[in-house]
Design a protein around this ligand. Sequence first.
Ligand code: GTP
Ligand code: MG
Length: 370
Amino acid sequence: PEKVTVKDLAEKIGKNVSEVMGKLIALGVFATINQEIDFDTAELISTDFGIAIEKEEVKEEIEIGLEQEEDRPEDLKARPPVITVMGHVDHGKTSLLDAIRNTNVTSREAGGITQHIGASEVEVHGNKIVFLDTPGHEAFTSMRARGASITDIAILVVAADDGVMPQTKEAINHAKAANVPIIVAMNKIDKPGINSDRVKQELSDHGILIEEWGGETILVPVSAKTGEGIETLLEMILLAAEMLELKANPKRYATGTVIEAKLDKGRGPVATILIQNGTLKVGDSVVAGSSYGRIRAMINDKGKQIKKAGPSTPVEILGLSDAPEAGDLFHAVKEDKIARQIVEKRKAKDREENLNATAKVTLEDLFKHI
Ligand code: GTP
Ligand code: MG
């Protein structure tokens, strides 16, 4: 049921708080100024003042409308491609991204293992490309299970000295299931005694037929160590992206997906999100899974504070009520109240589902014992 604080009610019906409190006391309700009273009580008091009130309801359509609002064709603008780098452990995903970014993330990571999903933007011949590094496939799997699709193209990193390994196969399956085009980066070609035909054969055995062998998949031999082939890989990515004709509408409220989130001791809930449509601005009211809030600050992949971010931008946001989960969808909405009400509705639905699940288990347990 809808509730309103004594103070808000007084404001809404244009009466003094003391007048409202007086009426409440007459009803036997001793409420403080910030206490919430239910709608029926609020209505009783208002009627007593000769004022009719109505429930302010957030309509179901708002939530549905968020997801289905159509973009007008003239508002659609080209957006940068979002690339996920996948592959077996130690095949060089982070090193490759490093080589692309010309930074040195690998040596900074504890034990050289990726600790989180990193997101970064690079510019190639004036074109932006957004890269997501995955620590494994769990994140990708959980996102896909939640219906989130975040990547336009998958880069499959295969170490030339190791070939197709279990996680390479998983990555192939994920990309195929998500219907995402694959570009193979055959890495570590600087190593001596490489047999690239063996790698190509193994790929073909797993349903990846490269162009050279009459298929459609592009394979670029690269070395994250020497930088060989990196330029070609980037050009192939741009070419593949061009064919996808990726577009988004920068004019609408931002929507996207949570890539990772955590509770930071100093900064509170921090979420890295990928904006997939619209433009997000500092001060916007947002909903992500069962958290909501107003964007207090936005930080880009280079650690810089920014005021707004358009489609295909990965950003860290501050200001949420809790840390959402990776794969949660993200929406900017018109006002705080809507964000809060959507989350309340989602939480109520979750509670109901949990209750149903519990009830079912109990019933089954009951039958077990009969
Ligand atoms: P995880 O994040 O743990 O799955 O590993 P990763 O795929 O990100 O591999 P990472 O980039 O950490 O590289 C693993 C090891 O391979 C490191 O010791 C790198 O220095 C080495 N390596 C990566 N690329 C190359 C390459 O092109 N040539 C050579 N010789 N070594 C490489
Ligand atoms: Mg890594």
